[in-house]
Design a protein around this ligand. Structure first.
Ligand SMILES: Cc1ncc(COP(=O)(O)O)c(C=O)c1O
Length: 364
């Protein structure tokens, strides 16, 4: 059993065929359609398709004028891209511990790590669960700091009644195949800020402004565009998003019911603000259980699982460059060493869930 399988059908092929028939393969009208669908869905003013969430995060920092030596607060339990983009600008990622229930940033640690050098905050939505944005925005407002939401895993996630990506200064989504909807590779920046939107649009495509037949290059920009061929997949995937989320939420509830009986594990926690879309279904093992052995035994039984995600302060680069020590952020370290992602995707049925639960139970 695979860990995740993207959900596609004839609609993706139809949309791709339309793009191929136009001969217009780079960023064009299909990308505008994809952006419009995302902006409408989450209720924000602007959405800009990007080549990945990594480039979305990088460009977000650029338009916020993050410079060498600036500090950017980053939730520690995340894929390294969240902090790598800070490093690429010569700025300093200040790693912040998480809460073990939601796996999102701990707001007390966040507050304590703000200094006069802090230039921005990057909270991370974990596995499709929103961070506590009321608390985060309160801290940000008190210090007049912009917030970039790393919503890589959270397209369609809600924080109370509002969608992720529409909660802070800038939101960044990923459409990597491990996400609920995918374009193969791809990302999106969302915002309601007119000025930032203008700069994103300019810098995403070489810094050029079209004047008549030519471009005038106003800034040294990037090529962070998404091809219309990939946006075609995005358009078809957006039509499915609400149903895919509903289905994943039903499967997650069903799996949690089975796993709740098994000692030694904690099933995912629905936060008080709700809205978890279970991009990944991640369990936390009790201390003393060997995660790696369990993952290996699941593999031997034909079930692909993996760790939750990474504690950045435990990674060699961040230790070597910024002097972090393993375990310095205790909750993130615990999550890094004690989580397992189990298979959960709409193509699974109740008998697959039985197989996952029974196998895990037998191994434990
Ligand atoms: C939390 C988080 N941020 C950023 C990224 C990077 O996304 P992408 O692969 O689209 O660049 C990922 C990818 O897995 C992620 O999980």
């Amino acid at each position: 059993m695979r860990l995740n399988v993207p959900y596609t059908d004839e609609r993706e092929l139809e949309e791709i065929a339309k793009v191929l028939s136009t001969g217009y393969f780079t960023q064009g009208p299909k990308t505008v359609e994809f952006e419009w669908k995302v902006a409408e869905y989450i209720g924000c003013k602007y959405a800009f398709a990007m080549s990945s969430c990594t480039t979305a995060l990088h460009l977000s920092l650029v338009v916020l004028d993050v410079k060498p030596g600036d500090e950017v607060l980053v939730a520690d339990f995340t894929f390294p891209a969240t902090a790598n983009v800070v490093v690429q600008l010569g700025a300093i990622p200040v790693l912040v511990d998480i809460d073990l229930d939601t796996f999102t940033v701990n707001v007390d640690d966040l507050r304590h790590k703000i200094t006069p050098k802090t230039k921005a905050i990057i909270p991370v939505d974990a596995f499709g669960c929103a961070a506590d944005f009321d608390a985060i925005q309160k801290i940000a407002a008190a210090h007049n700091l912009p917030v970039i939401e790393d919503a890589a895993t959270a397209i369609g996630t809600k924080y109370y009644d509002r969608f992720c990506g529409n909660l802070t200064t800038l939101g960044c989504f990923s459409f990597h195949p491990r996400k609920v909807i995918t374009t193969g590779e791809g990302g999106m920046i969302t915002t309601n800020d007119d000025k930032l939107a203008e700069r994103i649009k300019l810098l995403r495509s070489h810094g050029g402004v079209r004047t008549g037949s030519w471009y005038r290059f106003e800034e040294a920009g990037f090529n962070y565009r998404l091809s219309d061929i990939l946006s075609a997949i995005g358009v078809a995937q957006m039509e499915k998003l609400a149903k895919l989320i509903e289905h994943k939420q039903r499967l997650a509830a069903s799996l949690s019911k089975r796993l709740a009986q098994i000692p030694g594990i904690r099933v995912p926690v629905e936060p008080k603000w709700g809205g978890h879309i279970y991009q990944s279904y991640v369990i936390l093992l009790d201390e003393g259980l060997n995660r790696d052995t369990i993952v290996e035994k699941m593999r031997v039984h034909g079930i692909e699982t993996t760790l939750g995600t990474y504690a950045l302060h435990d990674q060699p680069f961040f230790q070597r460059t910024f002097g972090y020590k393993s375990g310095q952020l205790p909750n993130s370290h615990a999550a890094f060493t004690r989580t397992i992602t189990l298979p959960l995707y709409p193509q699974m049925d109740e008998s697959d869930l039985d197989q996952v639960a029974d196998t895990l139970n037998a191994i434990l």
